[in-house]
Every structure is written in C-alpha cells, then in structure tokens.
Design a protein around this ligand. Structure first.
Ligand SMILES: [Zn+2]
Length: 220
C-alpha cells in the first residue's frame, strides 16, 4: 500500500510543557491530532481547577490558526538505549524493555484489540537537560509520531488496524465522538531534523532525529 487515509487521530497522553515551549509543541501535535489529553506535570504543578483552566487557555492560544484540536515502545527496545553508548534522547519512562516485550506490544496492536489506543507520551526537554549527568526522561516524538506509528503498522502488515488504534479505540474508551475529518499519509521517505530551535533559542532534539521515516503526512 502506498497511501492510507484514516479518520483524524487523537493523542491520549502527552506533555506540552509550558511558556515559550507551547508555541513549538502545540502546533507539532495539532498538525495531525484532533484532540489530546495533556499531562499537566508542570513546575509549579497544576493543583486545582483554576490552574488547569488557565493552562488549557494557554494551550489553546498556542494552536496554529485554522487547525483543530505516538508509545516509542513499539519502535525501540533497550538495545536502542544502551548498545554502542547510552542514547539519552531515547531515554523515557517507563524505560525501554527487552526485545521480547517490544514484540509482545507489536503483536497486541497488530491484532486490532480495542484495549489498545494511541498516546505518544511526547515529552520534550531542552537538549542540555537530556544530555546531562542526570538527564531527564522523555522523548519529543510529536514531529514524527503518526508517521512512525504508520511505519510500525506497515512493518507488521497491519495497516488495516491503524485507524482503530489511532482514531477509534481511544475515543470509544473515553465515551467521546469519533472525529469526522480525515488525514492521509503517503509512503514517502523524509528525514527528521537533527534539532528544533525553541523561541528561547534553546535546541530540542526530536525523537528519531536525523533518521529516515518511511511515511509522510500528505499536506491538505
Ligand atoms: Zn507521560
């Protein structure tokens, strides 16, 4: 298959952070996900409804004009973190497990079970916070998340199960309507940039930086 069109997916678990970073992270997710559950583990933390509503307002303000509003464990195992020198940009929590665990996850999603749905856990940190003696956990996967899920389902010969995983099972689980719009991906290689510069001038290294992805979102 060279092209696939699915109902616009949602991201049911990710981290946007706050402040300047929102102008990078929110558009990167809004480019292909209709809705998101945003984990508000900020500093200082969101501890009441007022703070949560204020955070929501800041997120909505960072959406690109006209737009509506990825698990690494399918793609990588602990060798990708540890072999050939530690790779801090593949460090996430829960930490990557053995290849046998990765294969079990891939088998589960390829089977089409509605118990599994998409949540990228995209969790950016500035480059210096990852490349550090006490490096932060989290991978900034929003730049390539839907493309890499598609790549995994393609490798598993399970592209017919992608839409359920990405667009239906999560909405059904949360009792929300399924999205009405669609997104099309084409089988076309592109390279994830080596770094993304924040408005503050600080770089972030996105997940899969410098590596080739086989699927690309077809611009509308
Ligand atoms: Zn998380």
């Amino acid at each position: 298959m060279q092209q696939i069109t699915i109902t616009t997916p949602d991201d049911w678990h990710l981290h946007f952070r706050d402040g300047d970073m929102l102008s990078e992270t929110v558009p990167a997710t809004a480019r292909c996900f209709a809705r998101a559950i945003v984990m508000p583990n900020l500093v200082p933390p969101v501890i009441n409804a007022t703070l949560a509503m204020e955070y929501k307002t800041r997120i909505l303000a960072a959406r690109p004009q006209g737009s509506h509003f990825p698990p690494q464990h399918l793609l990588l195992n602990r060798n990708d973190l540890l072999v050939g020198g530690i790779k801090p940009h593949n460090y996430c929590l829960p930490v990557l497990k053995r290849s046998s665990h990765q294969q079990a996850l891939r088998k589960a999603v390829a089977g089409g079970s509605n118990k599994f749905f998409l949540g990228t856990d995209s969790a950016p940190h500035a480059k210096h916070a990852k490349e550090n003696a006490c490096g932060c956990a989290g991978c900034y996967s929003a730049w390539s998340a839907l493309e890499l899920y598609t790549q995994v389902f393609d490798e598993l010969n399970a592209l017919d199960k992608l839409e359920g995983f990405a667009s239906f099972h999560g909405a059904d689980f949360y009792g929300l309507p399924r999205n009405q719009s669609t997104v099309t991906l084409v089988k076309e290689s592109w390279t994830v940039p080596g770094s993304v510069i924040l408005p503050s001038g600080e770089p972030i290294v996105p997940f899969f930086a410098g590596q080739t992805v086989d699927w690309k979102i077809n611009p509308v």
